[in-house]
Design a protein around this ligand. Structure first.
Ligand SMILES: Nc1ncnc2c1ncn2[C@@H]1O[C@H](COP(=O)(O)OP(=O)(O)OP(=O)(O)O)[C@@H](O)[C@H]1O
Length: 414
């Protein structure tokens, strides 16, 4: 059941979600059959919404939260956790099976790419349509339309049918309509990720401005973005709320730890001439999934190997890979002018005196390669794309993966 009410005071609760659940069916035929049965039992007045039938599952299960004007909820969780389903219920696109949503004021939403747009109408006509749906008069929309077009930066294309827009252009228009109409509640799904970097930054800044008067629900897989805009976090797993907290950094850490459990298997290859016996990080065995550490703390990587006699000179390179699978840092023996040639059982220790990685989760890869007589990369003795993981837990540094340590000085000139 979704209720909309009038706004009375500032800082009041604008969104209240109580015991919200939604089930789906994994199989279309069965789902249609259940639909018919439900129609009949609803007519008879016997509702059985709380029970799951064969092939059904809870996409959203018993979610509770409230949001005041000025608050931004970061809704996070891995693929299929139930975030979009929850947003669709909040936006009234689907009905919950159990529970209640109370929303006060106007809702601006950017949920599915192109949803809410009529593809055969132009961008300008869609602005009017969307504004009308939000309850604005033609005169009110007239006063906003230029701002919206400017914000979206698509003036050239504004009289072209939306079906010919690129996905980035649709996001620009969708966000501009949702945000420039100054809604009381703004719902933004991951679609923002489609926009280019410049536009994303502009959107995040706009969300920051709107927050003075708006309650925002923001779904993202980008933890730096969540850290930047959210002041509350709801982490979902299998439709359920795993953590609901205003300690944003704790929520983000839990998200990363979840991710590492999902992705703990790496790719391994090599010609068998070097065998990995053991690996540890700061003395903690590599079988422990995540080692927690902090920005600028030292990190010691220790690898025990069995090196066969035919092995010649070799290098070791560790890569630090972020959640977008990008290698953001290396510690590479050749760059440090070191190489190895030990045979038999060998232990090699590498110390990084100060870890300059920003907050987040990183998997560590190891590559042990022959250095050919010409000094080039030779045979691959051993490679493992995910030997261990670290979680850097200093959220203030979360915006970029690498944080330089600068020396700063200030002079007051006048
Ligand atoms: N209409 C539907 N019918 C059946 N199952 C659905 C339907 N919509 C979503 N689901 C399922 O519900 C679960 C939750 O999906 P949802 O899209 O809400 O997850 P999400 O957290 O938004 O994921 P992502 O991060 O990948 O966008 C998934 O298992 C999905 O397959």
């Amino acid at each position: 059941m979704i209720e909309e009410k009038h706004i009375e005071t500032n800082n009041e609760v604008l969104v209240k979600v109580e015991g919200l659940s939604k089930k789906f069916c994994k199989d279309l035929k069965t789902s249609l059959w259940y639909g018919v049965k439900d129609l009949v039992s609803n007519v008879r007045g016997n509702k059985q919404d709380r029970q799951l039938r064969d092939k059904e599952f809870w996409a959203v299960k018993d979610i509770n939260f409230e949001l005041r004007r000025g608050e931004c909820l970061g809704l996070i969780g891995h693929n299929g956790a139930g975030k979009s389903t929850l947003l669709k219920i909040l936006n009234g696109l689907i009905n919950p099976d159990v529970g209640k949503v109370t929303i006060k004021g106007r809702v601006g939403a950017l949920i599915e790419l192109g949803a809410g747009f009529n593809p055969i109408l132009s961008g300008r006509e869609n602005i009017y349509n969307n504004g009308a749906v939000l309850g604005f008069t033609k005169k009110e929309i007239d006063s906003k339309v230029e701002e919206i077009i400017d914000f979206a930066e698509i003036r050239e294309f504004i009289d072209m049918p939306v079906q010919n827009y690129s996905s980035g252009m649709k996001v620009r228009l969708g966000f501009a309509v949702a945000a420039q109409m100054e809604p009381d509640v703004l719902i933004i799904d991951e679609v923002l990720a489609v926009g280019d970097l410049g536009f994303r930054v502009k959107c995040l800044n706009r969300i920051g401005e709107l927050l003075k008067n708006t309650a925002v629900i923001f779904v993202s897989h980008s933890m730096p973005q969540v850290a930047r805009v959210a002041n509350k976090v709801l982490l979902m797993r299998n439709g359920m709320s795993l953590i609901y907290t205003d300690d944003v950094s704790k929520g983000i850490q839990d998200y990363y730890s979840e991710l590492m459990q999902v992705n703990s298997d790496g790719i391994k290859y090599g010609n068998g001439k070097v065998e990995l016996l053991n690996f540890s990080l700061n003395g903690v065995d590599y079988k422990v999934v995540v080692l927690e550490t902090k920005f600028q703390h030292p990190l010691t990587l220790t690898v025990s190997l069995h090196v066969k006699d035919e092995v010649t000179k070799y290098f070791i390179s560790y890569g630090f890979i972020d959640v977008d699978t990008k290698i953001v840092a290396n510690v590479f023996s050749s760059i440090n002018n070191v190489d190895f040639s030990g045979k038999g059982q060998v232990e090699i220790e590498t110390t990084i005196p100060s870890l300059l990685l920003g907050a987040g989760n990183y998997t560590i890869s190891i590559a042990i390669n022959q250095i050919s007589p010409l000094g080039n990369r030779g045979e691959v003795y051993y490679y493992n794309s995910n030997i261990a993981s670290i979680l850097v837990t200093d959220v203030l540094t979360a915006v970029a993966p690498v944080q330089f340590v600068g020396k700063w000085s200030e002079k007051v000139i006048l």
